[in-house]
Design a protein around this ligand. Structure first.
Ligand SMILES: Cc1cc2nc3c(=O)[nH]c(=O)nc-3n(C[C@H](O)[C@H](O)[C@H](O)COP(=O)(O)O)c2cc1C
Length: 409
């Protein structure tokens, strides 16, 4: 069987769920596709299925303990290093909770913290547990940190009831992993510039004009683009976030600095994703010293326009892909379409920042994607990392459509 999973090292975490027996089928399907599987079981999982089952199917020793006197290597470090992916299936509510809190009190959760490989989580539990607000908060937290989830789905539960919480079928989980590895090559050899965060426009030595942008959307785009094989140049305004590993990073402060850096890098990129909230205006002058209130009853600050980075990129773009972001408080679609046209964008990501769970500072977003042909896709509320996945999917689609058009003409 020819599969992208061939030769991949998959760590398979199995936790204390009644669905643990289904993990045996996952091992079989992964091995059939040529992957090496390294099972890791929590102590609860061993109450459901005996480790011998996984040892036999995987032809590998099952890792059970953090402190194992028979193991010459440190399993919690050697396994993460060899991993191409860590799949946790089934993932119990307990392990999800521990992961969301950074707890590493046994072998599986320790490996989760130690690995740099992507982590895919397939939850399985009763519907009551699944709908618990605490579990839902933990899932949101993990999604925001870049962990990927598959399922659960609605169906027959071990309790005899029907509801949400059933683990996705093993074949669907393996299909998802194949798609994930395929997407790793989506942007190989391509370079994209991503801007993120707010800009700060200086008023005096201690004060500035800015906005509430946190940089979360731009950083999620940079991380996801890097994961899909693109070389990413991240130009960020002030943000408390840590730049994702492997990106070429430029820290800027004002809109003018962002403009200078973006224009300098533009010739070498295949596309730009302008997620930064660039200030439209800056003070016409800035005071050398701190402005003192005693000296004046009223302070009038004149503002002048900053350069419109996106508009200028639109004028210069040639074959490059240009993605703009449009945060509005009213007339969202009208404003987004206007931006698409006037700045010659290929895609606009529009969000109504008045909606709950959308816009600045929060980990989620509610966006509508509108492409250059006016096609619209409204996405429900999801983590910014998931929005980023959709945006890159759309860019890939746009690039392929453009290639087909070129080949036909
Ligand atoms: C029969 C039985 C079935 C269980 N099934 C699940 C389940 O499907 N999902 C879940 O999150 N917890 C389930 N639990 C509870 C977990 O086993 C328990 O929270 C345990 O502490 C999880 O340990 P672990 O996360 O370290 O594997 C079940 C418990 C029992 C006794």
């Amino acid at each position: 069987m020819n599969s992208v999973l061939k030769g991949k090292n998959v760590l398979l975490g199995i936790t204390g769920s009644i669905a643990a027996y289904k993990a045996a089928e996952i091992v079989r399907l992964l091995r059939k596709r040529g992957a090496a599987v390294f099972p890791i079981m929590t102590s609860s999982a061993t109450h459901f299925v005996h480790p011998i089952t996984f040892q036999t199917l995987a032809s590998q020793k099952v890792t059970l303990k953090l402190f194992d006197k028979n193991n010459k290597q440190m399993g919690h470090l050697s396994l993460p290093r060899l991993a191409d992916l860590l799949l946790i299936a089934p993932a119990s509510a307990n392990v999800i909770g521990k992961m969301a809190s950074g707890i590493a009190d046994e072998i599986l959760t320790t490996i989760v913290l130690a690995t740099e490989a992507p982590v895919v989580i397939a939850p399985a539990m009763d519907h009551g547990m699944y709908h618990s607000p605490i579990l839902q908060r933990n899932i949101s937290k993990l999604k925001a940190a870049g962990y990927r989830f598959i399922g659960p789905e609605k169906g027959d539960l071990a309790s005899g009831e029907v509801g949400m919480g059933r683990m996705r079928e093993p074949s669907k989980i393996v299909e998802y992993l194949e798609k994930l590895f395929q997407s790793r090559d989506d942007f190989l050899g391509k370079t994209f510039l991503v801007t993120a965060g707010p800009t700060r426009e200086r008023l005096d030595t201690v004060r500035f004009f800015s906005n509430y942008s946190s940089g979360k959307m731009g950083y999620a785009l940079a991380e996801e683009g890097g994961w899909r094989g693109a070389k990413i140049i991240l130009v960020s305004g002030p943000s408390s976030l840590t730049p994702p590993g492997g990106v070429e990073f430029y820290q800027v402060e004002s809109a003018q600095e962002m403009y200078d850096t973006v224009m300098d890098k533009f010739p070498q990129v295949d596309g730009v994703l302008m997620a930064a909230a660039v200030s439209d205006y800056r003070p016409a002058r800035h005071w050398q010293n701190k402005i003192k209130k005693e000296s004046r009853e009223k302070l009038v600050v004149e503002l002048v326009q900053n350069p419109d980075i996106l508009k200028e990129l639109g004028e210069k773009k040639a074959n490059k892909i240009l993605v703009g972001f449009c945060a509005e408080t009213k007339d969202l679609e009208k404003e987004a379409r206007k931006k698409l046209m006037t700045k010659d964008l290929d895609l606009v990501v529009a969000n109504d920042i008045t909606l709950e769970g959308a816009g600045f500072e929060v980990d989620t977003n509610v966006v509508t994607l509108i492409d250059g042909e006016g096609k619209k896709e409204a996405l429900s509320k999801r983590s910014k990392r998931e929005v980023a996945q959709k945006v890159w999917d759309k860019i890939k689609w746009l690039m392929e459509a453009r290639k087909i058009t070129r080949e036909m003409t």
